[in-house]
Design a protein around this ligand. Structure first.
Ligand SMILES: Nc1ncnc2c1ncn2[C@@H]1O[C@H](COP(=O)(O)OP(=O)(O)OP(=O)(O)O)[C@@H](O)[C@H]1O
Ligand SMILES: O=C(O)c1ccc[n+]([C@@H]2O[C@H](COP(=O)([O-])O)[C@@H](O)[C@H]2O)c1
Length: 231
């Protein structure tokens, strides 16, 4: 089975709902910070695949980002909680941030299986991450633990690495040209990040002065300050 065109959309080995089993989406990410690209991806996959829930799983130590500075996991976790709080189908898991050592998806899926034995897992990944998937630890063993759904992302070609062909379904989603890198850069430059991330996440970034340049507090004088109350 190949999933290479959007005609296939929700396709290829993705089973129909099984009575008594929960359909659980898994949205893994570093979420530094979480943004509307992540939220739209989760929401779209949930709608197309009739998922009961999507659990967002912030990474603990994203080993493939070891050359980059990554914000403290507790901040990333709390921003993810804030961003997802209003959606009754969205939850957040600490499995990756509470596990010591580098974060591997094989461990994420194994832990979630133990915690949720009645759930079928649907791992959601953007086009960029999908392209890297065969570099992940024990990649070939992941197929036994979850279905994989690759979603479109502006600036990245959505292709399935050859060994993963037939193991990944593709879904075209509304284009959100947003990245965490871009948001960090904007915050550092004191440019607005309103509407790229949920309001509560803007306020959290501002409150803890995340992504501020060393020599200047992000909040003071920036476009990311809270709006004054209306008189
Ligand atoms: N705008 C987007 N559209 C679709 N998928 C996305 C988008 N942004 C991120 N994703 C996907 O969400 C998952 C987690 O991404 P991650 O937390 O690394 O965000 P990022 O914006 O890529 O971060 P960074 O810029 O720091 O690398 C990955 O599977 C990624 O492909
Ligand atoms: O398992 C691995 O080796 C592995 C390597 C890189 C990324 N991942 C997972 O891919 C997801 C997106 O990661 P990232 O680094 O793009 O935020 C997240 O759930 C990571 O744990 C997993």
């Amino acid at each position: 089975m190949n999933a290479t065109t959007f005609d296939d959309q929700v396709n290829l080995g993705i089973p129909q709902r099984t009575p008594g089993r929960t359909r659980l989406g898994v949205m893994g990410g570093t979420f530094d910070p979480i943004h509307h690209g992540h939220l739209v991806a989760a929401s779209e996959v949930a709608a197309y695949l009739d998922l009961d829930e999507v659990v967002f799983v912030p990474t603990g130590q994203p080993w493939q980002k070891a050359d980059k500075e990554v914000t403290d996991p507790e901040h990333r976790y709390l921003m993810t909680v804030i961003a997802t709080a209003s959606n009754p189908r969205f939850t957040v898991s600490r499995v990756d941030i509470d596990r010591e050592g580098p974060t591997y998806t094989i461990d994420t899926l194994t832990d979630l299986h133990e915690l949720r034995p009645n759930a079928d897992l649907f791992f959601i990944t953007g086009a960029d991450a999908l392209g890297q998937m065969m570099t992940w630890k024990d990649a070939e063993k992941m197929w036994d633990l979850a279905y994989f759904i690759g979603v479109t992302r502006p600036g990245h070609e959505l292709t399935i690495p050859e060994p993963a062909e037939g193991r990944v379904a593709l879904l075209e989603i509304p284009a959100m040209a947003i990245s965490s890198t871009g948001i960090r850069d904007r915050a550092r430059d004191k440019m607005p990040v309103w509407y790229l991330v949920p309001d509560g996440v803007v306020q959290y970034i501002n409150k803890y002065e995340l992504y501020s340049a060393d020599d200047a507090a992000a909040g003071a004088g920036s476009y990311n300050e809270g709006l004054p109350p209306v008189a």
